[in-house]
Design a protein around this ligand. Structure first.
Ligand SMILES: [Zn+2]
Length: 262
């Protein structure tokens, strides 16, 4: 089934379901958050490297063809085989991984975000503080990788809690070691929080394709850093072309490593 998603329309539809009092507040908060974000460059030719983070919102005309996993959740159909292969091999190693979150529509992401704000308000947070704190735990609608269909949260059946102890499970150890072989990366490593804008999540895996995953694994880069190296390499080859010099191997994974930001 081909699903065409105009996320802004979906967001407005989701907001229609709110109470009138909540609507105005929610709309202004969400609009402010979204307009503050920079529109992603929408590399249609390279869907595997689509960047969605706190500073790059989902492209407005984003569309994804979904495929349903055995547990009823959905992912971009193009990552289905690699994901199910990875989970099957993890199981074959005697482990029990579970997909606890996959594709989320704009409506779902908006609901999760709104619920978090409501819970924080109930816990005594002032309005602005609740909005700020909620953004730390639940991505602002339009900035969640789960909306791309390329990300999944994986947990051990024996420990289905999304906290730092997840990394101690045998399932996560296996996944962290082998995910790149299937085109996945652990998207939010603990040492890259400043660059990704998201705290350590030893359960959130993102499909980037096998070539990119291998390169990221090899060089210890996060997706933002990897995209910077690609951009720098492109610039270098462009300059070489303009200067009329023969194009040399860009060496993008070693020669043009960006400076660490933290
Ligand atoms: Zn996640």
């Amino acid at each position: 089934m081909k699903r065409r998603i105009s996320w802004l329309a979906a967001l407005l539809a989701a907001l229609m379901m709110l109470s009138p009092a909540a609507q105005a507040a929610e709309l202004s908060e969400t609009q402010a958050a979204v307009s503050a974000g920079e529109q992603a460059a929408a590399p249609a030719e390279d869907w595997q490297l689509l960047l969605v983070n706190p500073w790059h919102t989902l492209p407005e005309e984003f569309q994804v063809e979904l495929k349903t996993l055995p547990n009823g959740m959905q992912v971009d159909q193009r990552i289905y085989d690699n994901l199910t292969d990875m989970l099957a091999d993890c199981k074959a190693a005697g482990l029990c991984p579970l997909v606890c979150s996959a594709y989320r529509s704009m409506e779902t992401q908006t609901r999760l975000y709104r619920n978090k704000i409501t819970r924080l308000r109930a816990a005594g947070y002032a309005k602005d503080a609740a909005v700020e704190e909620a953004g730390r735990w639940v991505a602002v609608p339009g900035t969640s990788e789960h909306q791309t269909g390329l990300a999944v949260d994986l947990v051990a059946a024996s420990y289905q809690v999304l906290d730092q102890n997840q990394e101690k499970t045998a399932e996560q150890k296996w996944l962290m070691e082998h995910c790149w072989e299937y085109g996945f990366i652990l998207r939010y490593p603990t040492e890259k929080c400043e660059i990704t804008g998201i705290g350590y999540e030893p359960w959130h895996y993102r499909y980037v394709g096998k070539a990119a995953a291998a390169a990221l694994h090899e060089d210890g880069l996060c997706l933002e850093e990897y995209l910077e190296t690609l951009e720098a390499a492109e610039k270098t080859s462009e300059q070489a072309k303009n200067a009329g010099t023969p194009l040399r191997s860009p060496g993008i994974f070693s020669a043009v490593r960006p400076q660490s930001k933290n």
